[in-house]
Design a protein around this ligand. Sequence first.
Ligand code: CO
Length: 161
Amino acid sequence: MKIITLGDDLLRKVTSSVENIDAETADFAEKMIETMIKGNGIGLAAPQVGDLRRMFVCQVPDKDPMVFINPEIIGTSDSQVMFEEGCLSIPQVYSEVKRPEVIAVQAWNEKGKIFKLEAGGILARVIQHEFDHLNGVLFIDHLSDFKRNKLVKLYNKKIRA
Ligand code: CO
């Protein structure tokens, strides 16, 4: 699987719900997990591999990989925290982003089983970042124009180097 990068229109599309969670969906999720691990990432959303299905995978340190299909964020804490983010589709640049500290999410896994989860820390962060991808939103969209322009300039410089 190839990871597409900033500038590719597919990263800006809103994804469509997965109607049937079948063997092919599970196989696709497995390939996404492999691609994420190979890229040293902790999360990967389907649009990042050019597929507009509403699903993402993640793996935070010391935990098993997780698959989120048709996820919904069903609750967010009032408290917000800054946390450094990066993205496999915008490699080599990082920035602090402010988001809710704790979230509740509902999704289906690759076996077609629904689950609910409350997450804090790095898991809350990666879920919110990947969820954004399903709506065509990138972490740089959360920055001020000034910071975003600076980061994109740096990114363009780094990928040309
Ligand atoms: Co990303």
